[in-house]
Design a protein around this ligand. Structure first.
Ligand SMILES: [Zn+2]
Length: 274
């Protein structure tokens, strides 16, 4: 659809943004959909809102009391910061927006501690977190390996933050690509691990596995080498949201929209003053 056609449909009230989900995980951590008739700049704005603006919890301060492991204190701190923590956005607010004015309170931070003695591996599950609803997503993530008589003991504080401050506060990996199209009659060559076989002119875009096979880079490379003609439809975007686990993909997408709305309102308010 050309921009002019889209504008005409919009004016007649017939324009509808279409979203077709073709992949979704049971744990609600990933979703992939075809986003039709959406300008690419819009899709990219949503991507950036999701990765850079949607806040999640991460450990920010660590007070090490004992560390006789082989890892430097800084490395322990770095590893702790990267542990994804289950986040409830109804309970916590960003420290900069909290009524305590960033001093730190139960609304903007959560305290935790850990005490371990070797030998053995210290796992994320050993963290004693003050809020029972905040949990490490991947309980088997190792923090450090301790030899006999080595010890690790610390207090830590986690708070909400945003991906644009530090990658540890990023809620998801979000990316998109234009939908590949094969010339009628061309076959898609499937790589070994894809068992299904079908011809391009018979692929129905309503079939989730057909879309996935077509979006697979390895399949496309083989298909192109075999002489097929591949074009990319800029009106159809395959959009992927992969949560790191702190929030569900739905929470990430909806919060991103809320944040963008608030930013637009602020922009309008500022413009009105000028
Ligand atoms: Zn506070």
């Amino acid at each position: 659809m050309t921009p002019a056609e889209r504008r005409a449909e919009r004016e007649e009230g017939e324009y509808k943004m279409q979203i077709e989900v073709f992949d979704k995980s049971k744990d609600k951590n990933t979703i992939a959909f075809i986003w039709k008739d959406v300008p690419v700049s819009y899709a990219n704005t949503m991507r950036r809102m999701m990765t850079d603006e949607v806040p999640v919890l991460a450990i920010e301060d660590v007070e090490l009391k004992k560390n006789s492991s082989a890892l430097y204190d800084e490395m322990i701190g770095n590893r702790l910061g990267l542990l994804p923590l289950k986040t409830d956005l109804k309970t916590y607010v960003l420290p900069s927006e909290c009524s305590c004015k960033g001093e730190g309170c139960a609304k903007c931070q959560v305290k935790m501690s850990l005490k371990a003695k070797g030998p053995g591996i210290v796992y994320a599950s050993e963290l004693k977190i003050k809020d029972v609803d905040v949990k490490p997503i991947y309980t088997e993530m190792p923090i450090a390996k301790l030899l006999k008589n080595q010890e690790l003991e610390f207090d830590a504080t986690a708070c909400l933050g945003q991906g644009r401050q530090h990658a540890k506060w990023s809620a998801a990996h979000v990316y998109y690509k234009f939908m590949p199209k094969l010339k009628k009659g061309n076959e898609i060559i499937l790589c070994e691990k894809d068992k299904a076989e079908f011809k391009a002119d018979k692929i129905s875009l309503n079939k989730p596995n057909a879309i996935k096979a077509l979006l697979n880079e390895a399949n496309l490379e083989l298909t192109e080498k075999a002489g097929a003609e591949i074009t990319y439809d800029k009106n159809e975007i395959a959009f992927y949201i992969e949560s790191w686990g702190q929030l569900s993909v739905k929470e990430i997408a909806l919060r991103a929209v809320e944040i963008f709305d608030a930013q637009l309102e602020e922009f309008a308010k500022e413009i009105k003053k000028k």
